[in-house]
Design a binder for this molecule. Structure first.
Ligand SMILES: Nc1ncnc2c1ncn2[C@@H]1O[C@H](COP(=O)(O)OP(=O)(O)OP(=O)(O)O)[C@@H](O)[C@H]1O
Ligand SMILES: [Mg+2]
Length: 235
């Protein structure tokens, strides 16, 4: 039994399949990179794993337990073992401190120290009292990551976490991702950045039109012969 098992997972919207037959077993401490052209289903897959949406078919098992069959209360406790950083993160009204500590509060936890060190980790020390509505796009992206980090999730779902960042901030985020995986967090990272994927991922999954057309270690997927690569990564 693997830590997280996706089995024949599918999602349709209005009768149109956007994900089909996604099967993969993942362990703690892995970094799975998901790549694929726009519209291939990367975000949808993360949303299914995060239980934001129900799959149309297939199952998601965490520690062997099928999550989608669970009653709402237990689903919520499963969700609380994960955190997701959205492609376009939204800040709540209020300060950076309030935004980052929100998840801790609803879990009944207080720890200002964790908030401070999460902000330090994303290079935003001293931003606690800033009004979240005054942040730049890149700052919002990093506050959103800090908001996830404070929860110390067992599964971290990242949707294009460095898309709006300068190289220095992106490198800082890359090393956070690596150190989390070193601490046994399972990281699932959707990205258009193949270099980042090659650098970080322990395995790479290639999505095309909702199907996983290739999966393997970065060398296997990226170092495919040109002909195979054109099939697997044709954009
Ligand atoms: N709620 C929805 N209703 C209808 N269609 C949807 C919905 N959510 C996603 N889709 C469609 O599902 C497909 C996959 O979308 P998704 O956002 O998962 O792609 P993506 O790989 O994350 O793309 P990008 O690289 O642009 O972020 C797209 O065609 C999208 O329009
Ligand atoms: Mg997306």
């Amino acid at each position: 039994m693997s830590f997280l098992e996706l089995e024949a997972l599918g999602k349709a919207y209005g009768g149109v399949d956007v994900l089909q037959g996604i099967s993969i077993n993942l362990s703690r401490g892995e970094i799975l990179g998901i790549i694929g052209p726009t519209g291939s289903g990367k975000t949808t897959l993360l949303r299914l794993v995060n239980l934001l949406e129900a799959p149309s078919s297939g199952s998601i098992r965490l520690d062997g337990i099928a999550l989608n069959d669970l009653p709402e209360k237990e689903k919520l406790s499963a969700r609380r073992r994960m955190a997701m950083v959205f492609q376009k993160p939204v800040m709540f009204k209020g300060s950076v401190q309030e935004n980052v500590s929100y998840g801790l509060k609803i879990r009944g936890k207080k720890d200002q120290k964790i908030v401070r060190s999460a902000l330090e980790a994303v290079n935003l020390s001293g931003y606690q009292s800033r009004d979240a509505s005054s942040l730049s796009g890149g700052e919002i992206q990093r506050v959103a990551l800090a908001r996830a980090l404070v929860l110390q999730p067992e599964i971290l779902l990242l949707d294009e976490p460095t898309a709006n960042l300068d190289p220095k901030s992106a490198a800082a985020i890359d090393s956070i991702i690596q150190s989390l995986a070193g601490q046994s967090t399972l990281v699932i990272l959707a990205t258009h950045n193949m270099l980042q994927c090659k650098r970080l991922a322990s395995r790479v999954a290639v999505l095309m039109k909702g199907r996983m057309v290739a999966v393997g270690e970065p060398e296997e997927v990226f170092d495919l012969g040109q002909e195979q690569l054109d099939i697997a990564v044709p954009w």
